[in-house]
Design a protein around this ligand. Structure first.
Ligand code: K1U
Ligand code: ZN
Length: 173
């Protein structure tokens, strides 16, 4: 297994729309394992393939306390959504930023698992929020896109400054 580099906002590759996986083969299973390792190491509760610069419709998540209940959704589709919930979200591609976002509170999702078997799950609360956040990544959307242009611009400038100072440190060492 390997840890993959995570793209940071405002990298334009985060805006790309991912394409469906045609065949769930060993290459896809290796990518899924690497995504899980990357998510657990970050640490995070979810990760979309877009964030590791792979434009395929794959998301991984684990919202359990013990971090022992990985979920893998390939070609996920939302088939029912209801209610609304406002919660604080973070994003591994927008490090150090946490903002309140409104989402559906319950969702029903269909997807393929790593054995190419169809799965259907009902989710609510944090898992429902996480599924929507990760599926947004596959459509090139970030949680900052739900914020005002002013707030988004402030976050973009802050992260660009951070990236510049990290590059300067790397250059001088
Ligand atoms: O997609 C991502 O960037 C992962 C993101 C998922 C997410 C978090 C919160 C609400 C919706 C979606 C994260 O995992 S950010 C890190 C995080 O939430 C966390 C980290 C350590 C422990 C617990 C949570
Ligand atoms: Zn994210």
């Amino acid at each position: 297994m390997a840890r993959l580099p995570i793209l940071h906002y405002p990298d334009s590759r985060l805006c790309k729309v991912a394409t469906p996986v045609e065949t769930v083969d060993n290459d896809i299973r290796t990518l899924v394992n690497n995504m899980l390792e990357t998510m657990y190491a970050a640490p995070g509760i979810g990760l979309a393939a877009t964030q590791v610069n792979v434009q395929k419709r794959i998301i991984v998540m684990d919202v359990s306390e013990q971090k022992n209940q990985p979920l893998v959704f390939i070609n996920p589709t939302l088939i029912e959504c209801e209610g609304s919930i406002e919660s604080e979200e973070g994003c591994l591609s927008v490090p150090g930023i946490c903002e309140t976002v409104r989402r559906f509170n319950r969702v029903r999702v269909t997807a393929l698992d790593v054995n190419s078997k169809s799965v259907e799950i009902d989710a609510s609360g944090l898992l429902a929020v996480c599924i929507q956040h990760e599926m947004d990544h596959l459509d090139g959307k970030l949680f900052v896109d739900y914020l005002s242009a002013l707030k988004r611009d402030h976050i973009r400038k802050k992260l660009e400054k951070q990236t510049r100072s990290v590059s300067r440190i790397k250059l001088s060492s």
